[in-house]
Design a protein around this ligand. Structure first.
Ligand SMILES: [Zn+2]
Length: 176
C-alpha cells in the first residue's frame, strides 16, 4: 500500500493520512467549483487531462497568467501521485512555452501558495509571464513584491481579452 499520496481505498474516499479532505469534490472550493462547472471560467480550460487542468487565472493577476490545478481536491504537493508529479513537470514546461511564445516576457514566474486563512487550499500552481511593460506598470516591482501589488490592487484583466488569450493559448499549447 503506497502512503505517498491520497490513498482512496485505504482512506475510504474522503480523507488522507493527515486527516485533510482529499481526492473528492468539495463544493465551495474554488478549484473544485471551476472543474465541476459550478463557477464561471472566462476563456474555459486551456488543457484538461484526467489529472490536471490548466486555465487562465481567476483574480487580480496580469493577462496571460495560467493556473495548473489537480482535477481532484488535493491540497499538498506531497499528496500528488508519482504519475501526477511526472505529468506536472511536463505541463509546467508546456505552460511556460505557451506564455513565452505569446507574450515574450522578461521572465515567467511559477508560484504555489494555496494557503488560506483556514489552512491548505486546493493546489493551484501559477505560471505568470511578466513582461517589461508589466514591470513598468507596477513601478519597477518584481518577484513577490510585484505579485503582492497585483493582489492588493485588485485589477482583473478584461474578460474579452482573457477569452482571446485562452483561444490563442489553447492552439499554442497543443503544439508545444
Ligand atoms: Zn477543491
Amino acid at each position: 500500500m503506497t502512503t505517498d499520496h491520497c490513498e482512496r481505498l485505504f482512506y475510504r474516499d474522503a480523507w488522507n493520512r493527515n486527516g485533510r479532505i482529499c481526492g473528492v469534490d468539495v463544493p465551495g472550493c474554488l478549484g473544485c467549483d471551476l472543474i465541476q462547472g459550478r463557477r464561471d471560467l472566462p476563456g474555459g480550460f486551456i488543457f484538461r487531462s484526467d489529472t490536471w487542468v490548466i486555465n487562465h487565472v481567476v483574480g487580480s493577476m496580469n493577462l496571460g497568467t495560467l493556473v495548473l490545478s489537480p482535477t481532484e481536491h488535493i491540497d499538498a504537493l506531497a499528496d500528488l501521485s508519482q504519475d501526477a508529479s511526472l505529468e506536472l513537470g511536463l505541463l509546467l514546461r508546456r505552460s511556460a512555452l505557451t506564455v513565452e511564445q505569446i507574450l515574450q516576457p522578461e521572465q515567467t514566474y511559477v508560484a504555489l501558495w494555496a494557503h488560506g486563512s483556514d489552512g491548505r487550499k486546493h493546489l493551484h500552481i501559477v505560471v505568470q509571464p511578466v513582461t517589461a511593460e508589466t514591470v513598468r506598470e507596477y513601478g519597477g516591482a518584481r518577484s513577490e513584491q510585484l505579485q503582492a501589488l497585483m493582489l492588493e490592487g485588485g485589477v482583473v484583466a478584461d474578460r474579452a481579452d482573457i477569452v482571446d488569450f485562452c483561444e490563442t493559448a489553447r492552439a499554442v499549447f497543443a503544439r508545444v
